[in-house]
Design a protein around this ligand. Structure first.
Ligand code: MN
Length: 231
């Protein structure tokens, strides 16, 4: 069998401290997974987790010590940052129990769920899908992936984001409404997870707009930092 044109190479994310690459299969994202962020978006309470997706090739991998380039997307005047813990699935499965879920996580990274907030608000108002607001090109900047065994106590780590040296977001992973294990359990009830799936686990409060020339720097204890300039 021959392809009618060469298949695209898989999107890959570097592995921290190694020359290995993590091939990306799909990108799942969790909506409103921190109570304070749910409130700032006009919601309250512990609703069941809900999901949306980005294309695998939306990743913008940035290794430690590097300043990545984040192209300002078309069609928006309100590009928002959302700093998030990313869980990288190494072992797939369906209907995974929360108690077993962390064994399916190969490693962790720092991610930015970049969002065209103006378009998202329009789509919400009209009851339309969020794709254009969430799944655009280069909408998923990500650090190198740290293997789980080297990532320390990620479930209790601090998470933060600065823009031009000013703090915008600061929280802790244990303030997530649904833990990484619970997110994996819920996701795997709806999709059969595969090795290479990335899960953006939601952002804490403090989301806001970025402009051309801004420098974003975020981090999660044990995973290093992620630095990008908006170009
Ligand atoms: Mn998000």
């Amino acid at each position: 069998m021959r392809h009618v044109f060469p298949p695209a190479a898989p999107a890959c994310v570097p592995v921290a401290g190694s020359d290995a690459l993590f091939p990306v299969h799909r990108i799942f994202c969790v909506g409103r997974n921190y109570a304070e962020h749910a409130r700032e978006m006009g919601f309250s309470g512990r609703e069941p987790p809900f999901f949306f997706m980005k294309p695998a090739d939306a990743v913008v991998p940035v290794t430690a010590g590097e300043t990545g380039r984040l192209p300002y997307p078309t069609l928006t005047a309100d590009l928002h940052h959302e700093i998030e813990l990313v869980a990288a699935i190494g072992q797939g499965g369906s209907n995974i129990a929360a108690a077993d879920a962390l064994a399916h996580v190969w490693g962790y990274a720092i991610g930015l769920d970049m969002t065209r907030r103006d378009l998202q608000a329009d789509m919400k108002k009209q009851g339309r899908p969020w794709c254009i607001a969430k799944g655009f090109d280069a909408s998923a900047p990500i650090s190198a992936i740290t293997p789980a065994a080297q990532a320390g106590d990620v479930q209790h780590a601090a998470i933060w984001l600065e823009v031009n040296g000013q703090q915008r977001q600061a929280s802790r992973i244990d303030r997530m409404i649904w833990s990484v294990a619970e997110v994996v359990a819920h996701l795997s009830a709806a999709w059969t997870l595969r090795p290479g799936d990335l899960i953006f686990t939601g952002t804490p409060e403090g989301v806001g707009a970025v402009r051309h020339g801004d420098v974003l720097e975020g981090g999660i204890d044990g995973l290093g930092t992620l630095r990008l300039a908006v170009a």
